[in-house]
Write a protein that binds this ligand. Sequence first.
Ligand code: ATR
Length: 264
Amino acid sequence: MKKYLVIGNPIEHSLSPKLHNYWFEKNNIDANYDRRKIDKSEIQEVINEIKDNKLNGINVTVPFKGDVIPFLDALSEESKITQSVNTIYIHDKKLIGHNTDIKGFELSLKETQFNLKNKTIFILGAGGVVPSIIYALEKLGVSKIIVSNRTKQKTENLKENFPNIGLVDWGDQPEFDMIINATSLGLNKEDKIGLNFKNINREKLFYDVIYNPKETNFLKTGKNLGCKVSNGKMMFIYQAFEAFKLWHRVEPKINDELNEFLDL
Ligand code: ATR
């Protein structure tokens, strides 16, 4: 039986095992997917389990997407630029790090049917997932990306890899066509972002990377303004879909039955 793992800290809330194990069953794949909470000092040990044939693949989540990089033999182009790895596999005895968050985000955007060409995107936050979001947006040909983060230094670090992004202070609100909440504000139902969103027309897309709760205050605001809204559920599903394809060479189904099963 093949074995897969998601590593992170905290990890209890990860739904990746539920999703991958469901797809194993549906596709008659003899495999098991588990979660493991680790400390940074244990990364080497866990990754070695792939080399020792005890594990076949690893998903990496917060806060280790960058920390795993020194332990790998090669990185995909996407992981290199974003310095973020969420999927590890072995190829020709070499440990490869890949980033499926980019494609996950991209496919989730496609589903919103929001036309991004020549649009201005405003990103709140500068944490682990933001380089992947910027990379995807640049590829999709948006005209401007503006980032705002409570700790300004982190946005300046982002600019080193993505020199074309604009930066604004936390609390400032530039003109935008799409706004993305990539902060952890909203994980608690009462959390508020603190922007007033005055004079906003209905043509905008409000996108929250958070999917639990389903509707953050940020998305409620967008909805009340009559804007299009999307939570991070499809990004979560599609990043897993891409990892699944990579590991098993099978395209798992994303349908109503899956949605009901996940109950997100
Ligand atoms: P990490 O920063 O370790 O990568 P993350 O969960 O990927 O963790 O990112 C958390 C994001 O939410 C960060 O952008 C963080 O801002 P800081 O860089 O200033 O910490 C943001 N965030 C978390 N709590 C916040 C709060 N109360 N107000 C504003 N931003 C917050």
